[in-house]
Design a protein around this ligand. Structure first.
Ligand SMILES: [Zn+2]
Length: 483
């Protein structure tokens, strides 16, 4: 049972785990690195295996940092099946097409600029285009259903509910080498639209995400009170209320909460612009797979209501319409991607609004330390947006409780069920993982951080203190959102 992590080892993006298990060579997720240039450069690295020799790819969920390198894998020769749950297939297609379009668009812009200096040859090609995405989607098999078993050679795979986003699963892999559980991203049991994750069985080894392994989320009721107060305060300022949001799950949850708060009369019915075509498309899947969602949402859908449509909602489609929002006078809520402010339509809203004291920036998502969002949350007085210096005069609010990720209590309650399994930490910043190791040790668990390079035997290797040698980079601090 050997593992080589090609991402999400000591960072929270680029999830991609290459497993040698039984008679199979499996890839769990194949996500994109997102963040600063150094991280994004890692997307171009060669895979340390021949893509054509991988037996199968298994997906935990459709977030870009878990699926975003799949078209690259296919471009480099992978022709096997990509197994996932039905919602993951639909959402992944949306996510990957968007990613391909953004890359091609930004390539064209870069070439246009470089041409003036006769340097167009230096611009990096897009990682992939829409054709690669179509070839990838053709390989996807939405046959993973919660609780059912898929047989791949002498490996049996079972998907279970992870409660993170629509269709998200954790995977139980049984082989002659033992049982391995891969958590994917686990959900926050107190928040969001998803039903809680189910509890896993005992295993020999566990790969667990650690995004928020060093903190406890505040209760959802408190978070909603805080959200309501921030919205009311922001409406009084009379400016734009920017809510950067990931297109999947967070956008739908925010729409659902806005509708609930406005219907209850707790927030004034100001216009809401959903300025994210991808979020609008993803919302259709929440209708399609509505039976997966928490009871009140499910019931609302069954009664023919639209729980994701506050009465003042405008769904913005074209980019010219998106630009016109800036000319709209008065308070209005703008929900736009992407969640970490590192691209997408939120950027032009930031350029036009961030310098105004009447603007409110309401952060409802995780911000990686190196992202634009991370720098704003840390209090940068001015930032670069779309090539221009913009002063940060807006009121910046961070609301941490909406996380779609498990907190420490959630992770421990899930991990406690896995018995004596050797615990391998992935998908977390190094200092978060280092804080989590002694917590696990105190519970009698054997735990290690997955090394960023090289192969480890999941049932045997143990690094002293749980940390692979020479990989701790204390300069990369986690941005802890305000409670
Ligand atoms: Zn995720």
């Amino acid at each position: 049972m050997n593992l080589q992590s090609l991402g999400a080892a000591g960072t929270v993006t680029g999830s991609c785990h290459f497993l040698t298990l039984g008679n199979q060579q499996l890839l769990i997720d194949c996500g994109l690195f997102q963040g600063d240039d150094a991280l994004e450069a890692r997307n171009r690295e060669a895979f340390p295996f021949a893509p054509s020799e991988v037996s199968a790819v298994l997906l935990t969920h459709a977030h870009l940092d878990h699926v975003g390198r799949l078209p690259l894998l296919v471009r480099r020769g992978y022709r096997g099946a990509i197994y996932c749950t039905p919602p993951t297939l639909n959402l992944a297609e949306t996510v990957l097409l968007d990613s391909a379009r953004l890359q091609v668009e930004s390539y064209r812009q870069e070439v246009y600029k470089a041409r003036r200096m006769n340097r167009e040859g230096e611009v990096s090609q897009p990682l992939y285009d829409e054709d690669d995405v179509h070839r990838t989607v053709a390989l996807m098999r939405p046959v993973l259903a919660f609780g059912q078993t898929l047989t791949l050679g002498n490996v049996k795979v079972r998907a279970e509910r992870a409660g993170h986003i629509l269709g998200s699963a954790y995977l139980i892999l049984d082989s002659p080498d033992g049982r391995l559980i891969c958590s994917g991203d686990l959900g926050n049991r107190e928040s969001g639209l998803q039903q809680d994750f189910t509890l896993p069985p005992e295993a020999d080894a566990v790969l667990i995400e650690t995004t928020y392994a060093n903190r406890t989320h505040r209760p959802l009721a408190q978070t909603l009170d805080e959200f309501r107060d921030v919205l009311n305060e922001s409406v009084r300022l009379g400016g734009k209320i920017l809510i950067p949001s990931f297109a999947i799950e967070r956008a739908q949850a925010i729409l659902y909460y806005l509708k609930t708060l406005m219907d209850a009369g707790e927030v004034p019915r100001v216009p809401i612009f959903l300025d994210s075509p991808m979020a609008a498309r993803a919302t259709h899947e929440y209708f399609e797979f509505g039976d997966e969602l928490i009871t009140p949402v499910r019931e609302s859908l069954r009664s023919g209501e639209d729980p994701f449509r506050p009465s003042t909602l405008h769904v913005v489609t074209s980019s010219s319409e998106s630009q016109r929002i800036n000319r709209y006078d008065g308070a209005a809520i703008i929900i736009a991607g992407n969640g970490m402010l590192s691209g997408g339509r939120i950027q032009h809203h930031l350029k036009h609004q961030l310098w105004k004291p009447s603007t409110s920036l309401v952060i409802v998502s995780y911000q990686s330390p190196s992202s634009l969002g991370g720098r704003i949350v840390e209090g940068a007085p001015q930032v670069q947006v779309l090539g221009e210096e913009v002063a940060v005069r807006a009121h910046v609010h961070t609301i941490g409780g909406f996380s779609a990720h498990a907190d420490q209590d959630d992770l421990l309650s899930w991990l406690d069920c896995t018995g004596p399994a050797h615990v391998w930490l992935v998908h977390g910043e190094p200092d978060v993982m280092n804080a989590f190791l002694p917590v696990l040790e105190a519970r009698g668990r054997v735990a290690d951080r997955v090394p960023q390079r090289g192969e480890v035997s999941l049932t045997q290797t143990h690094f002293p203190g749980g940390k692979p040698p020479g990989e701790v980079d204390e300069s990369r601090r986690l941005v802890v959102q305000a409670e």
